[in-house]
Structure formats: C-alpha cells, structure tokens
Design a protein around this ligand. Structure first.
Ligand SMILES: Cc1cc2nc3c(=O)[nH]c(=O)nc-3n(C[C@H](O)[C@H](O)[C@H](O)COP(=O)(O)O)c2cc1C
Length: 262
C-alpha cells in the first residue's frame, strides 16, 4: 500500500474477529518497524511484550480489562504491551552515540567524536537528564514514535489496530517486567470484524486550530489544492458522520453477531 493511504486507513478498530489468528510474521513486521523509528541519542527506550490472548490464563485476561478497554481487549487475539525502559541511558553510557560516530551518521563536521560523547554529551547532558523530573516525559515521546511506526506497519499488513491504556501495575505483574520499565499503552491487533473503514475517518479539530506559522496564533494556511491531492492519494478519506444510519446498522449487526448489548 502507498504510504499516504496507510496513514489514511489507520483508525482505531474496536471490533475484532476474535477467533481469526494473526500471523506471527505480521506481528514481527510491526516490531521491526518500531525498531527502525528515529530515537533520541539512539538509546531505544521502547520495549514491548507480545501477548497472544489465548495464551493468557482467564484470570490474567480478566485483570487486563478496564472500563474504557474491556470488550476490545477481549476480542483482539494479540496484544502488544509497550514499556519505557528508563534504565537504558545509564546502561549504555553513550555507546550508541559512539556507534553513530563510527558509521558517520554523527560526523566531525558537526563536532562529533568519541571524546565529545564521553567527556561532554553523556556526563553533562544525558546523565543529568536521567536525574531530572522531565526524563520520563522525554523518553515517553520516543516510545510513542516507535509505537506509531508499528501501528502503520500493522495497517499496511491489512490488520486492524487499536491503542488502549491498561492498568500499568497489572501489566507489570502479569508480564513480570523489570522494575525500571514504565508501562505505556498497548496496541490491540487482529482482523477487523467491522468494515475496515470503521465508519470513516474520525473527527479532528480544524487544521488551523492546531498548526501555526511563525508564531502562535497565526495559523499555517491550509491549501485546498493540497487537500485535494491528499484525497486523491487516499490519505484524507471520508469523515465519520454523527449518527450515520449505516454505522448504526453496522454496530447493530456486530451486536447481534457477538451477543452484545446495544
Ligand atoms: C496513547 C493512546 C491511548 C489510547 N487509549 C485508548 C483506550 O484506552 N481505549 C480506547 O478505546 N481507545 C484508546 N485510544 C484510541 C483513541 O481513542 C483514538 O485514537 C481516537 O478515538 C481517535 O480515533 P482514531 O484512532 O480512530 O483516529 C488511545 C489512543 C492513544 C494514541
């Protein structure tokens, strides 16, 4: 699929075919995409535990359910739980930056050398950063970047994906993760039981409210010609409409099929 169409087709699918397994290779492709994402100082904070729902004990699955993510967790055959490994920066102590120097990604033209990493960047920037209160926030940004790549790779493989936020303490216990790993949101993966388009692209605030040029308050102008190009490339698709009779009928069909309340 073309990149723009992948971006346009991604949406949170909350009705999965519960008994249709996902090929392991597709899960691997999602993880491979996550690993290739850009990451500050190439540290790689993102960690994931892949959990095949049917390998969980019934009480483990029950503990994962939350008020805003219960049915979709039960329906999705695969869950990819993400974590932020806060220990990584002090474990690697600049070694991944030295690797970047060695392969010429960080070049001497820009002031990079092993000495610069060992005597300045690690001790004076990175180590103090890990001791500051904003460290979990910075590193969470990197995990989000990796997760976004995994989501798009899943869509490209024809899968249905949905992010959910589960109970972090439960995730740590059930998956026995190291103490330094902070639980992050989870990707639910499966094949859609609903139409892949989920009723259309979900509502967003207007472009001009979100993005600015030069300074805050001056919207970055949205060129309608570009919008048309992106529609042709299937990145901008039909929006989901409130109270659409087709969407209501589809939810009813799914409710009947799976014995769900409506
Ligand atoms: C970090 C994150 C956490 C989310 N947690 C949940 C959740 O717990 N339950 C849920 O139903 N959707 C969750 N979502 C999905 C959002 O609600 C969804 O992205 C939003 O409805 C916009 O729709 P779209 O993803 O279909 O474009 C989460 C999304 C993100 C990025």
């Amino acid at each position: 699929m073309e990149f723009k169409e992948v971006v346009g087709r991604r949406r949170s699918i909350r009705f999965f075919e519960p008994d249709r397994p996902v090929e392991r290779e597709k899960i691997q492709k999602m993880l491979e995409a996550a690993r290739l994402q850009s990451c500050a100082v190439n540290a790689q904070w993102a960690r994931a535990v892949v959990s095949f729902r049917d390998d969980l004990k019934p009480d483990q699955l029950k503990r994962l359910l939350t008020p805003v993510a219960a049915l979709n967790v039960e329906m999705a055959p695969v869950h990819i739980h993400w974590f932020n490994d806060l220990s990584i920066v002090n474990k690697i102590q600049g070694s991944r930056l030295r690797e970047l120097v060695d392969v010429g990604a960080l070049a001497p033209t820009h002031g990079w050398s092993h000495k610069f990493v060992d005597e300045f960047v690690y001790p004076q920037i990175l180590k103090p950063m890990t001791e500051g209160p904003a460290y979990p926030v910075y590193s969470t940004f990197d995990v989000g970047m990796a997760v976004a790549n995994a989501l798009l790779a899943g869509v490209d493989e024809g899968l249905a994906v949905c992010m959910v936020t589960l109970n972090g303490e439960v995730l740590k216990e059930v998956f026995k993760t190291p103490a330094e790993w902070i639980p992050m949101p989870t990707i639910l993966v499966g094949y859609p039981a609903e139409n892949w388009d989920g009723g259309g692209q979900r509502p967003r605030p207007p472009f001009e409210e979100l993005y600015f040029e030069g300074e805050y308050g001056k919207p970055f102008p949205r060129d309608p010609k570009v919008v048309e190009q992106l529609k042709a490339a299937k990145m901008i698709q039909e929006p989901a409409r409130p109270h659409s009779p087709e969407r209501i009928a589809e939810i009813k069909r799914l409710a009947d099929k799976y014995g769900l309340p409506m």
